[in-house]
Design a protein. Structure first.
Length: 376
């Protein structure tokens, strides 16, 4: 393989997902030279995440992307509760226009961030991978050869002052640093379906269905497109049969892990997003936490105080991984105690709805939204 001439940059970011692109934009706005590398020739054709919460939107305002995000997304304007086939209850919440959560497929989020990143003069190299032996990176500034996926393309030799790993759960940068990746896997997989509808019939852009088969959320991610995210495939398909479906555009079962990195980096090499923490989709915080990491990391670089980044973000991630694990065991676990708790939860909600409990559930729903807004 041939080498390109050496490329010089202030910041080399591995991973062109929402975390890496957010970090890249923030560093460009500081006047730094930035190169983002991604092993995929194009962005992923499917969306893992679909929720941007209000706190994240407010944090993104200085980056100049919020108007485009809001124009492309659907606001979380409330939720319909469907429990064991009973008449649904509608709860109303904040809208995207007023700063509440926004439903937007990750594919579109990445497109908007990428357009802004390139507009600001950032360099993007797709089809290249970062690959060093485990534990061989000492964290200092230096140079690295980036290997092309297509062997006919040249190797990119990049000299950098900062190296940032925003390359997900299987982070090559974390491996090169030799950092410990602790946690556990969940035995029960999650399930998700994207479907195109003939018409939208919901009263709100989110609906929760709960039955003995499990829990499933319907999320309106485009005017006639929904994401059904469920604790079981059976519940997802049960919900799907109740909708005017034109076509299923994507479906997947996926393994769930709960893991955190013991250390976020060293020297001039640092990690953010899923490279430092992963958990189940319950709560919709994965993308939001990654973007919050990126913004905090960029600010720490500007202030030359990386310790502040770790002190701010690591406790938030550790706490959420613990909470998310407990929620996931309750909502998805196959153990008898999990099943009994889910039955009791459905029973209590049915009692509330039968007794006009919307008045109690409405403020609870608003409070849940507000708590989620402040915990990215």
């Amino acid at each position: 393989m041939r080498h390109d001439s050496e490329l010089d940059t202030d910041a080399l970011i591995i991973g062109a997902g929402p975390t890496g692109l957010t970090l890249g934009i923030a560093l460009l706005l500081q006047g730094k030279r930035v190169r983002v590398i991604d092993k995929h020739l194009e962005g992923l054709p499917y969306s893992r995440a679909i929720l941007i919460n209000g706190e994240t939107m407010r944090s993104l305002e200085p980056l100049g992307v919020c108007a485009s995000l809001r124009a492309a997304g659907q606001p979380v304007d409330g939720i319909e509760l469907h429990v064991d086939g009973a008449a649904p209850c509608t709860l109303h919440g904040a809208t995207g226009a007023s700063g509440g959560p926004l439903l937007l497929p990750q594919v579109l989020t990445e497109q908007i961030l990428c357009e802004r990143y390139l507009q600001l003069g950032g360099a993007l190299h797709r089809g290249y991978r970062f690959e060093l032996p485990e534990g061989s990176c000492d964290g200092s500034a230096g140079a690295v050869d980036l290997l092309p996926i297509d062997a006919s393309q040249p190797v990119l030799a990049v000299q950098y002052l900062w190296l940032f790993g925003c390359d997900g759960m299987d982070s090559a940068v974390r491996s090169a640093l030799g950092l410990t990746w602790r946690g556990r896997s969940q035995r029960e997989p999650g399930h998700a379906i994207d479907a195109r509808l003939r018409q939208w019939t919901g009263r709100t852009n989110v609906a929760l269905h709960a039955s003995a088969a499990g829990f499933a959320l319907i999320l309106r991610i485009a005017p006639l497109t929904v994401r059904i995210a469920g604790t079981t495939a059976a519940q997802c398909h049960q919900v799907l049969r109740q909708l005017p479906v034109e076509a299923i555009t994507w479906e997947s079962s996926f393994n769930i892990q709960f893991r955190s990195a013991d250390c976020y980096g060293k020297g001039q090499t640092w990690l953010a997003g899923d490279a430092t923490h992963v958990h189940s989709p319950i709560g919709g915080r994965g993308l939001n936490m990654g973007m919050a990491d990126a913004l905090a990391l960029a600010e720490a670089v500007a202030r030359q105080d990386i310790d502040a980044y770790v002190a701010q973000r690591k406790p938030v991630a550790a706490r959420w991984v613990r909470i998310n694990y407990g929620m996931s065991r309750v909502l998805m676990g196959s153990a008898l105690w999990s099943q009994l708790l889910r039955w009791a939860l459905r029973f209590c909600v049915r009692l509330l709805l039968a007794g006009g409990g919307e008045r109690l559930l409405q403020p609870l729903f608003v409070r849940i939204i507000r708590v989620n807004e402040t915990q990215a």
